[in-house]
Design a protein. Structure first.
Length: 410
């Protein structure tokens, strides 16, 4: 049995980031994962600007190493396709975090998560236990007894950080977080090679198709000419419309003339796989007596874009900071850890709540067609939309009827 101040369950982007930030503050931790790395995670594989900025805060050498590595392709923007197949290209922010680093990346999770795991392994302050599935948690006298089973307690810790993903047992048991279909998304991902017509600057593609709204179909470029292709639709809608996303994927490609041509020489490289996305479209209590929930365990995925990696890493960074304060003040109470909820939502809630509204608006296919048709013909509209995705204040305008009024007469 090992004693530690902080035990982290799950070494995905959330857990790995928390352990690395703790180490940078001189705090040792135990990081456990049931898998042995490299391990895969079903995902769209797109790493947003937030991922880049957290990595930069951690250590800009790590960001430069990722930039130079062949496990990723740099991405400079997003293409939004309206149901009528017309699209607008929206470049990401121009003030890049580092001169040589792109504003976003796309990297298969088997590679990106292993990249982080290698950083963890090189850090003497982190005890990284792979192949260790934690199943038993009990709080006794201000400490967590943590075990692979009730009979086998392996760690005793003051703080428990649950970063065990969308199916977190800990979040259900102690955080009382239930799966709510209207705040949850079903996603599937497929790897293809040979998709034609990919963007020269690796813009990611979001296709808002009538039958999937408010969900979408995506194509994200990957290294070596591969692409991550997938669909995400809210779980209540999947049930209501009795959708079978795995069946739908090839059907969409076959029925859409543009996609049919682009996939005419494409090869499916792996089986189509699915996983859940717990959305951050409602605020939840994400901490308690001696614990904090991170990333998917805390349901922090952006309800419009599906971005969860950056939010998981951001929550990992904040959890490390709050842990360090809890240790120095010797306070592990539920009241103290409320600071974590406060800080996570202070950083993320504006964006999450706006994305919730955009998810609601994106139910309307005609609205997409209208905005994209306008943008296609009018540079000012294009620039407004471009800024909108980079600037929360401008994105806020989407809520105001005057925005659409101006679009009409522009
Ligand atoms: C289809 C799909 C597409 C997506 N596309 C994108 C995208 O393009 N961009 C983006 O930013 N986000 C995307 N997401 C969301 C993203 O994958 C998640 O938000 C992200 O992985 C969350 O990171 P995490 O560290 O919280 O959890 P995870 O990455 O899920 O890591 C959890 C870890 O915990 C381990 N674990 C679980 N239980 C235990 C246990 N009991 N004991 C020990 N270890 C345990 C697991 O092995 C795993 O390594 C997508 C999700 C899906 C499903």
């Amino acid at each position: 049995m090992q004693k530690t101040d902080v035990c982290i369950v799950g070494a995905g982007p959330g857990g790995a980031t928390a352990s690395l930030f703790l180490a940078s503050k001189g705090i040792s931790s135990v990081l456990c994962d049931k898998a042995k790395f490299p391990r895969d995670k079903i995902c769209g594989d797109a790493l947003s600007g937030k991922t880049v900025s957290v990595l930069k805060k951690l250590d800009q050498r790590i960001l430069l190493e990722l930039t130079a590595s062949s496990i990723q392709v740099p991405s400079y923007g997003v293409k939004f396709f309206a149901p009528n197949n017309k699209f607008i290209r929206i470049p990401f922010l121009k003030n890049y975090p580092l001169e040589n680093a792109a504003p976003g990346f796309i990297s298969k999770r088997i590679h990106f998560d292993n990249f982080l795991a290698e950083k963890v392994k090189a850090e003497p302050a982190i005890h990284f236990a792979e192949n260790t599935e934690l199943k038993f948690f009990k709080r006794v006298n201000d400490e967590w007894l943590i075990g692979t089973s009730e009979r086998e307690i392996v760690f005793v810790s003051k703080i428990l950080i649950a970063a065990d993903g969308a199916h977190s047992q800990f979040a259900r048991q102690f955080g009382k977080i239930e799966m709510q279909p209207e705040h949850y998304c079903a996603g599937i991902r497929a790897y293809y090679s040979g998709v034609k017509g990919m963007d020269d600057e690796n813009f990611i593609e979001l296709h808002f198709m009538k039958d999937l709204l408010p969900g979408y179909f995506w194509i994200f470029p990957l290294p070596n000419g591969w692409a991550n292709v997938g669909i995400g639709v809210r779980s209540d809608i999947v049930s209501k419309r009795k959708m079978n996303l795995r069946k739908l994927l090839p059907e969409i490609i076959e029925k859409n003339p543009v996609l049919y041509e682009r996939f005419s020489n494409a090869k499916l490289e792996d089986e189509v796989r699915g996983y859940g996305l717990p959305l951050g479209s409602v605020k939840r209590k994400i901490s308690g007596d001696g614990f904090m929930l991170l990333g998917d365990a805390a349901s922090l995925i952006d309800p419009f874009t599906g971005e969860g990696i950056g939010n998981a890493m951001m929550s990992g960074m904040i959890a490390a900071d709050i842990s360090s304060k809890a240790i120095s003040e010797n306070n592990f109470s539920s009241d103290f850890f409320q600071k974590y909820d406060h800080e996570v939502y202070r950083k993320l809630w504006n964006e999450l709540s706006l994305s919730k509204r955009m998810q609601n608006l994106s139910r309307y296919g005609w609205l997409f067609n209208f905005v994209v048709n306008k943008a296609e013909k009018n540079k000012t509209v294009q620039e407004t939309i471009s800024c909108m995705f980079n600037d929360l204040n401008i994105r806020n305008r989407l809520r105001q009827p005057s925005f659409y009024f101006k679009l009409l007469f522009n």
